[in-house]
Design a protein around this ligand. Structure first.
Ligand code: HEC
Length: 122
């Protein structure tokens, strides 16, 4: 009897776990894949790495929310070099790389999705 009870408790815990996984799955079917897809399609990968870990062509994209708001980032993508001029931190960062970041050709909606994606990278 004791056993059966703990077995069924176990089963319902497993049910919750599966439900939690399913929720996570449906979340990632929303904003995340679109951001991930744009990040790959727009060539960010080639300078910032597959998961934003950085490379010799671009800095790691980590904890960006300490420096950026999403709307500001979406603007930065349009004209990175122009933006760097007014930002001592970015100008300093720029010195470590051979090429400036290329402007990103994308709609405002897509740039916002990209901004959300990189702001979420840890
Ligand atoms: C040609 C290489 C290159 C490409 C392609 C590129 N970047 Fe960059 N990125 C850089 C470099 C270099 C910097 C640092 C200085 C600067 O702003 O130019 C930078 C800076 C950034 C920053 C600011 C980092 C900080 O610490 O504040 C963000 C965010 C960023 N890039 C995101 C992206 C995204 C998203 C894409 C794709 C849409 C992308 N970059 C494409 C090279 C690149």
């Amino acid at each position: 009897m004791q056993r059966a009870a703990s077995f069924s408790a176990c089963l319902s815990a497993l049910g919750l776990f599966v439900a939690a996984l399913a929720c996570d799955g449906s979340d990632s079917a929303g904003a995340r894949p679109a951001g991930e897809r744009l990040y790959a399609e727009k060539g960010c990968v080639s300078c910032h790495g597959r998961a934003g870990e950085g490379s010799f062509l671009g800095p790691a994209l980590r904890n960006l929310s300490t420096h950026w708001q999403r709307e500001e980032l979406a603007k930065f993508f349009l004209d990175p070099s122009g933006y760097v001029k007014g930002q001592p931190r970015l100008a300093e960062l720029m010195k470590a790389y051979r090429m400036p970041m290329t402007p990103i050709v994308a709609s405002e909606a897509d740039r916002l999705v990209l901004a959300d994606y990189v702001l979420g990278l840890k």
